[in-house]
Design a protein around this ligand. Sequence first.
Ligand code: C2O
Ligand code: CU
Ligand code: CU
Length: 577
Amino acid sequence: MPRLRFNLLAAVILALVTSSSTAQTNKLFIPETLSGPIYNLNMAPSLHSFYPDATTATLAFNGSYLGPTLILEKGSDVQMNVTNQIGEPTTVHWHGMHVAPKNDGGPHTVIADAATWSPSFTVLDRATTFWYHPHLHHKTNEHVYRGLAGMIIVRDAAEAALALPRTYGVDDIPVILQDRRFSPQRQFVFNGGGIGESGNTIVVNGTVEPFLEVEAGIVRLRLLNGSNSRVYQLGLDNNASIFQIGSDGGLLPAPVELTRLRLAPGERAEVLLDLSSSNGQNRTLMSYSSELLRGEPGGVNLGPGGPPPGAGNIDGTDFQILEIRVSGSSSITSIPTSLIPLEPILESSATRTRPMILNNVPGPQGALAINSVELDLNVINEVVSLGDTEIWSVSNATGGPHPFHIHDVQFQILDRNGSAPPANEQGLKDVVLVYPGETVRFITTFEDFADPDTPYMYHCHFLGHEDGGMMGQFIVLDPNATALERSLLPEGDFLLSNYPNPFTDWTTISYSLDRDSDVKIMVFDAVGREVKTLFEGRRAAGANETIWKAGSVPSGTYFVQISINGKPRSHAVQISR
Ligand code: C2O
Ligand code: CU
Ligand code: CU
């Protein structure tokens, strides 16, 4: 005890003398847990004490900042009662969970102010760490920044049979990483726009300068990058190994030993730290952000505009995240050698490859886009057939990285630029960071939840990019869906396809119109250069077709953009010769 007091005093003195203190001063807050079958969540404005000298206005679920950790059992039926008292509409999305689109909490499932949304569903996912957060279009960046987010832990029998730490808050620790910027009055500084908020103050579970007390033994951290736009490069201060045991969608086949773990917004990683011989010592979880790429969000800023490192800016610097104080001893002292096997989905089982090009809307200063179009909530960008296994090929044609996220499914990464992903990315994922010039191919099966009415989303998880429209929508459609079901597609929507695809010389582009319309059909290349105008004029309601004879246009991915009464939608096509 006297020694602890001495450390605290030393920390205070040090903090007064230098701006970078080495000891952290606040005990890490551990969110309370809620267990099923009924989960009551109430979103409301609140006040949170990040600092002893003032309170900060926040939004929160149930408490003063963030929300409770939801403990779910695989196979159980749950009901969520989500009440919105924040004074404006929002939504709540169960990020990573395999639920029907109506239960997914995407931008279409708006919870009006003062309303309660009560989805119920069966927990189908394997044991893992998910999270929940608002998803209202144009508002996600702000609602998350102000404090609306929480962790979800799914448990199952297979995980329970492993010799892993699983006492919540004791040796199984939620670690929600966020960065915030505070005004001199200790209020959140929120600017909006751009890539999404970033800050110069790390908060973990809502605690600034946190420390965690654990017993000497194996400690499990459930890391969630809940930042709006910051990538972290995690490591221990003594460069000791971290053993990653889980990725977004579940446990890995075996622990992966790492000294650095890169975590992009939306991603989760479960890791084990071996602190069994660290009794009486302190370790610090760091972000070695000087190792991030120049221009990577969280790395050294590109060009003018951003403040230089140092001057109130932590980008590109190495900083502390969580101090871990070790004392006593725990009973779990070894890292298991194997975890949960994962059956690889075979590439040969895929019915198609769907290109997803991260790029810009064609034209000067076009906004960030996927497949050349921004989100239009009335347009279904992709239609997937129920039961199909597909490869999604995500290529980044922009100058910066983007964390690509898909709803509904967990995927397996096939390759990054043709090479197998690192071992810690060979598990189930729902977010993948894609670097400029890179193509990441992943494979997944759309086994459940055909619904012609409500789309699922895919998007960049930098929340400013997401709000800015770097997002698309897909529906899962029963291949036997009737014409009536197809006609239930959101109003003004239409199906756009081409055959054959890929093609060598020509392809037929088919689309349907719900009324007579002015139509313009253009082709762009992957970086948004115009290739050709195929048609411009009036077309009648119903099914329509246009043929593209590609002539000498080289092999590659192109976008057919159809503007209907001035509203563009686009579709990727491939020439392969
Ligand atoms: Cu974490 Cu579409 O979201
Ligand atoms: Cu999600
Ligand atoms: Cu992005």
